[in-house]
Every structure is written in structure tokens, then in C-alpha cells.
Write a protein that binds this ligand. Structure first.
Ligand code: IFM
Length: 459
């Protein structure tokens, strides 16, 4: 007998995916190339040479996937729209076939009684915009607003919840500083400019969403708990720099209308020029939101360290004089991420304490784990570790809710095994297994467990 936590009656239970990770059909119906097509086709950048060319073939199998969602009992499905399907060259002509695909998907969801939650940008930037500077330049933020206007104009009447950006930290810092995400750059100022222009793009997109009359507009951040390895002053200062790079760079402008007070300590001369910032940007970025999406997976433990790069001119935006320390004693997932459910409670309580009433209602827009799961002799996938992960994180979420954080929803990452970016198909986050040779979907034990949890809320 399962002892499921009880959530408020209107609490949203959902599942999430993203376009490049599941759709495939990258050259169909007028879709233009994205930075992830370029990156994944560059030899040596993605494990096993994997690409999103076919992925889960969701573009052709979306009806089957919506049927899985209906059977699961979720009340919301979070998916992303591929910008290069809508505006193949990043600017200029709109592709009606791209809009049609998402209109059909939305209709299928509504017919199944599932509310669509749309992410406008989950990292598949049109390559043509990257060729003109990508997120380093302000023009990309302006084109993002144009694209948002087109999509919202088409779908606002049927989609209640809109997320402008997914995890801008990954776009700015993994993409333009660490080089482990498209476009694969390793820069200092370029990455900080990208972070700022992503925020500007968010602000312009919120204006476009409001003009289209959408019910809820928000943004999704991957916030981390950044814990000092020891109580020493040096490690605590390192944790503040990590917190600035991961969290405060987003939450301060979005929720408090200011840039982080710790940015000079974190980025030194890289941030002092600030020539990409304009008067009025903070007001644009800090517009009120209907919700804040948070993706939580793990805490990060950091210790003080010297710069990795001695030459300031070659320093990247993620060289902030700290190093990550492995958290001993915790179970680690297939991503080698430590499992610390209480970190989620702490993160939410810390946000509430810092921002008070300025913290909008929260949706946990992603949470889940990659595990080494394979079908057993019976053909089923007995993913007990994933069930434990989901169970313990939902309990941690409930603890935060009971302590007064206004949490409105939870989306499991992910509905399907999919293309895990630079890790390719080797890391499986799905509650439904995808056999990539046959495209057969097999619901794992975690799917059945989540279904039972959702169903128990109605008893
Ligand atoms: O797969 C990703 C997703 O695209 C964004 N959030 C984290 C997930 C797991 O790494």
C-alpha cells in the first residue's frame, strides 16, 4: 500500500520534454537548422556522435505520446516550441507548417483533457541568428520577441501557461563559456553579454505574451543550492561566487530589479565594462511574473580555488575561483549527480526568505533522474532508484509547501528517454523507455508509480 503525500486539489501534476530532445524530423516541413544541429554534427562534441536528427520521432508519433500522457493522468504537459520550425532563418518569413504542427499537438492535448504549458526557448536557436552573433548581441533578443508574438498570436487562446526561456544559465554559460552546449564557445565577456541579452529577450517576450492576452507568463531557471565545502571564510566566499553565477545573475534582476551586488567579486574586470546593459533594461527584465519555474536536480558543493586561467584576457565567465567537490555519502545518479531531496526544500525556503512577497507562485518545471535502467527478462523496466528519487523530491516539495512556499505544480523530467545534449542517448531520464531502434515506448515502473500518485490525489 503506497502512502502518497497529499497535495492541494488544484495542484498541477505534469510531465515535461523539449523539442530538440524528442522531435527528430529536423529537415522536415521547412524547419531551418538550429545551433544544436550544427553542434551535434560537429565530430567529437556529443557522446557517441549522437544527434537529434531522429530522436524519439515525436514529430510523427505525437498522438501516441499524448495517449501516454492521458493514461498517466497528468493535468499539464510542458513541451517546447522549436524556433527554427516557426522562423527558419531566425528573422523574416514564418513557416506555416511549423505553426500547424504545434496547433495539432495542442488540440490533441486539449482533447485528452491536458493543459499545454509551452516553453518558447529550450536552446534550439536558429543557426542564422548565431551566425549574426547569437545571444552575444541584442538583436537576438529582439528576434525572440518577434517569434514570441507569432507563436502567441497563434496559440494564446488555447495555451494557458507560457515559459519564455528554459534554464538561461545553460544557454549563457554552458553555451558561451564552458563550451559543452551549442554553440560551443569559451568566452568571458561574450557569455556575460549572452546572459544579459537572454534576460532582455525574456522581458520583451513577456510584453509580447501580455499583448496576446495569455493567462500566465513566467520563466524557468535551473537554480542550484551552492554549498561551501567547509565553514572557512574562503569556501563560504567561493559559494557566494558560485551562487552569483548560477542563481543571483537571474533572480536579482528578475525578482528584485537589480544586478547582483556580488558580481564584481565574481567576475572582476569581465563585468565592469557592462557596455551591453542599457538604461531601462532592469525595468523590462523585472516585470511582474505570474509564476517562477524552477528546475531542481541536485546541490553543488564548492571550495575556494585559484583562477584556472592566469591570463585575464583568456578567462571565461565560469572561471570564478571555485571548484566543485564531490558530495560523499550521497547516492549518485547516472549523471553522477548527488541525490539530496532536502536541498529542494532548502532552496525554496531560501528563495522565500530572500524575496518574500516578490517571489511569484512556483512551478517545479523539471525534476527527475537519469538511471542505468534496462528492461528485465519480463520486458519491464524496474527503475526503483528513479521511483525513490521522485518520491523523496515530491516529499521535499510538500515540506516547502507546508512551510508556506506557494508551490502550484510539479513536472517530472522527463516523459520519454531522449537526447541528453552532449551526453547523447546514453543517459535516460524518461519514465517511459524509448527503444531507439524501433521507437517502441515502454512505460517504466516509475510511470506506473507516478500514475498511482496522481490518481491517489483524487480519492
Ligand atoms: O535534459 C535536460 C533538460 O533539457 C534541461 N534540464 C535538465 C535536463 C537534464 O539534464
Amino acid at each position: 500500500m503506497n502512502d502518497f503525500p497529499r497535495f492541494p486539489p488544484e495542484f498541477v501534476f505534469g510531465a515535461a520534454t523539449a523539442s530538440y530532445q524528442i522531435e527528430g524530423a529536423v529537415r522536415e516541413d521547412g524547419r531551418g537548422p538550429s545551433i544544436w544541429d550544427t553542434y551535434s554534427h560537429t565530430p567529437g562534441l556529443v557522446a557517441n556522435g549522437d544527434t537529434g536528427d531522429i530522436a524519439c520521432d515525436h514529430y510523427h508519433r505525437y498522438r501516441e505520446d499524448v495517449a501516454l500522457l492521458r493514461e498517466l493522468g497528468v493535468t499539464s504537459y510542458r513541451f517546447s516550441i522549436a524556433w527554427p520550425r516557426i522562423v527558419p532563418d531566425g528573422s523574416g518569413p514564418v513557416n506555416p507548417k511549423g505553426l500547424d504542427f504545434y496547433a495539432r499537438l495542442v488540440d490533441e492535448l486539449l482533447a485528452a483533457g491536458i493543459e499545454p504549458a509551452v516553453t518558447l526557448y529550450h536552446w534550439d536557436l536558429p543557426q542564422a541568428l548565431e551566425d549574426r552573433g547569437g545571444w552575444r548581441v541584442r538583436e537576438t533578443a529582439e528576434r525572440f520577441a518577434d517569434y514570441t508574438e507569432v507563436v502567441a498570436g497563434h496559440l494564446a487562446d488555447r495555451v494557458p501557461r507560457w515559459i519564455t526561456l528554459n534554464e538561461p544559465w545553460c544557454s549563457a554559460f554552458l553555451g558561451y563559456s564552458v563550451g559543452r552546449h551549442a554553440p560551443g564557445a569559451r568566452e568571458g565577456r561574450g557569455a556575460l553579454a549572452a546572459a544579459h541579452h537572454l534576460l532582455v529577450g525574456h522581458g520583451l517576450a513577456v510584453q509580447a505574451l501580455r499583448a496576446a492576452g495569455v493567462r500566465e507568463a513566467g520563466i524557468t531557471l535551473n537554480l542550484d543550492r551552492n554549498l561551501p565545502a567547509t565553514g572557512s571564510a574562503a569556501d563560504r566566499a567561493a559559494a557566494v561566487r558560485a551562487d552569483t553565477q548560477h542563481n543571483l545573475v537571474w533572480t536579482e534582476p528578475l525578482l528584485a530589479g537589480r544586478y547582483p551586488g556580488t558580481e564584481e567579486e565574481t567576475w572582476g574586470e569581465l563585468i565592469t565594462a557592462q557596455d551591453f546593459r542599457r538604461d531601462g533594461d532592469l525595468a523590462l527584465v523585472g516585470q511582474p511574473l505570474d509564476f517562477l519555474g524552477i528546475n531542481y536536480y541536485r546541490p553543488i558543493v564548492v571550495a575556494d580555488a585559484p583562477y584556472q586561467e592566469a591570463d585575464p584576457a583568456r578567462r571565461t565567465a565560469t572561471d570564478n575561483r571555485y571548484k566543485e567537490i564531490r558530495l560523499e555519502g550521497a547516492r549518485h545518479t547516472a549523471m553522477d549527480w548527488p541525490v539530496v531531496p532536502g536541498g529542494l526544500t532548502d532552496l525554496l525556503l531560501a528563495l522565500k526568505e530572500r524575496y518574500g512577497d516578490a517571489l511569484p507562485p512556483v512551478h517545479l518545471t523539471e525534476n527527475g533522474s537519469a538511471e542505468h535502467d534496462e528492461p528485465g527478462p519480463d520486458g519491464a523496466v524496474h527503475d526503483h532508484d528513479r521511483i525513490a528519487y521522485l518520491r523523496d523530491h515530491l516529499a521535499a516539495l510538500k515540506t516547502a509547501l507546508d512551510a508556506g512556499v506557494d508551490v502550484r505544480g510539479y513536472y517530472v523530467w522527463s516523459l520519454l528517454d531522449n537526447f541528453e545534449w552532449a551526453y547523447g542517448y546514453g543517459k535516460r531520464f524518461g519514465i517511459v523507455r524509448v527503444d531507439y531502434d524501433t521507437q517502441r515506448r515502454v512505460p517504466k515502473d516509475s510511470y506506473h508509480w507516478y500514475r498511482a500518485l496522481i490518481s491517489a490525489q483524487r480519492d
